[in-house]
Design a protein around this ligand. Structure first.
Ligand code: SAH
Length: 482
């Protein structure tokens, strides 16, 4: 039997782009992923369709999956011959119990690798604009647990050594014990003006910070009801914090966008929104399946119209398989979108727009679902033949991600770029116990154009904005207004 393999992977502090390349490769090939509460659920979108996702945080019955149970699961899946990823927030060796899990795997002779990640203190302070060391303000840095196993629940720490010997101290899990932590540091010689910075949900769109001193911070935390997950940074470096960090200054920082889609792959608009600082979740997820060769003779038409870049790729692949020389094909090639035209041109052929269609025999190549819209096709092209090149299949595991994103309150805007995308989201969102009405309460709904709006209204959405001229730029402008 194939032997299983376990990767103990650090997911980084939140921003999914802080995952390592190796961590990403592990996720892409995993059969099973056991993930923690503090892992950004968007990372689960990197798993292959059909991968099993096991949540190890709070379960619906509110009990934590205990560490022994997690160890047992890791061993069980590995012995079944699976590729297992244990995905932990931040770095697995920083309060991540990786030592215990590795020891358990050793016991059963199971092979494993540990993949480091960016730990929360480094990630959160960097995104809050504070370097953990600085030539002028701090030469040493320590990671300290803010709670621990003492009977009173207070950290068992050499407070004197810490207060006197270390410049920058990062406390993990320390919000509850903050009054005690400050008291101990003050008692052991730290000045009451020492700056303290708390960063909650660091590196994510909902990052919040709170700045004070050893004397004031405990009261501020209480007043503002600041809670976990947060990192507490104590030390002179914390005074380098400005009103806003480079991260918080990004134009779309703090916007949480669900971008509806109808096919596989990242949309360029979603990428641009991410680049401008928005937290973007593209939903639902699809997987493209190429369809078999058609019975039609692809070489005999005057004009071939491609309805998707994938259809162009499929066509050239068919030619290759059948060893047909492109020079024997006399057809003109048309793309129904800019991207399709670009793809035609990437095969060194002239790509024409639909406006340039003329009389003559026509073949339309597109996704299966476009093929089903017979009336639409006929009204656009009149007499023609149709070949389906591929179909987009839903990947339902992305509903898991959606549920977690909604639970974490990380959707404040929903963008529908097409009528079809309204249908796709509405059908899937039921699995997360949401309806168009509840979504309209949670989020601002933006539609590209009146046709999309009409469909969204018919489903029961409340529309907050329609982009008359649907473009990346007009969407960005609309988001900036919110
Ligand atoms: N292995 C993790 C730490 C796990 S302990 C790492 O290396 O980061 C959990 C604690 O980490 C939380 O209580 C909080 O103090 C901190 N933490 C995790 N993610 C965080 C985030 N995005 N922002 C601020 N603190 C975070």
């Amino acid at each position: 039997m194939k032997k299983g393999y376990v990767y103990l992977v650090g997911a980084g502090p939140g921003d999914i782009r802080l995952l390592t390349v190796k961590g990403e490769q592990c996720l892409e090939s995993a059969d099973v992923v056991l993930y923690d509460r503090l892992v950004n659920p968007l990372l689960l979108e990197k798993t292959k369709p059909g991968a099993e996702l096991v949540y190890c945080g709070k379960l619906p019955d509110r009990h934590l999956l205990r560490q022994e149970a997690i160890n047992d699961l890791l061993v069980k899946y590995a012995l079944e011959g699976k590729q297992v990823v244990r995905l932990k927030g931040g770095d697995p060796s920083v309060y991540g119990r990786v030592g215990e899990e590795a020891a358990e795997l050793d016991k059963f002779n199971i092979d494993y690798e540990i993949v480091p990640g960016i730990t929360a203190s480094i990630g959160a302070s960097t995104y809050a604009g504070v370097p953990v060391t600085h030539r002028d303000h701090g030469a040493s840095f320590a990671i300290v647990s803010g709670h621990d196993k003492s009977p009173e629940g207070q950290p068992l720490i050499d407070w004197e050594g810490l207060a006197k010997g270390i410049d920058t101290i990062a406390f993990y899990m320390g919000v509850k014990n903050l009054p005690y932590i400050c008291e101990q540091l003050l008692k052991n010689g730290r000045k009451k003006e020492t700056p303290v910075l708390l960063v909650q949900w660091g590196t994510l769109g909902k990052q919040k910070t709170l700045k004070g001193t050893l004397e004031t911070i405990a009261q501020l935390v209480k007043e503002q009801k600041f809670s976990n997950p947060a990192i507490t940074i104590v030390g002179e470096v914390a005074k380098l914090r400005q009103t806003q960090s480079w991260f918080e200054r990004q134009p779309l920082f703090g916007k949480h966008v669900l971008f509806a889609r109808t096919s596989e792959g990242k949309s360029e608009i979603a990428e641009e929104l991410t680049r401008l600082g928005a937290d973007v979740f593209e939903y639902p997820r699809f997987q493209t399946k190429n369809l078999d060769k058609s019975q039609l003779d692809l070489t005999k038409y005057d004009q071939i119209i491609f309805h998707s870049p994938k259809s162009v790729e499929w066509f050239f692949n068919q030619l290759k398989q059948d060893r047909i020389d492109i020079r024997t094909i006399k057809s003109n090639f048309f793309g129904a979108s800019k991207k399709s035209i670009q793809t035609i041109e990437s095969f060194a052929c002239n790509g024409l727009s639909l406006k340039q269609l003329r009389e003559g025999s026509k073949l339309v190549i597109g996704p299966l679902k476009w093929g089903e819209l017979v009336d639409k096709r006929n009204s656009l092209y009149g007499q023609h033949d149709f070949v389906a090149s591929h179909k987009e299949e839903l990947v339902v595991q992305s509903n898991f991600t959606c549920q977690r994103i909604l639970d974490e309150d990380r959707v404040d805007t929903i963008v529908f770029p097409s009528a079809e995308s309204v249908k796709a989201v509405t059908e899937q969102i039921k699995a997360c116990n949401e309806t168009p009405e509840t979504l309209s309460q949670r989020a601002t709904i933006i539609c590209f154009g009146p046709a999309t709006q009409e469909v969204a209204l018919s489903y029961g959405y409340e529309i907050h904005a329609i982009l008359e001229e649907p473009s990346q730029q007009s969407l960005i402008e609309e988001l900036l207004k919110l």
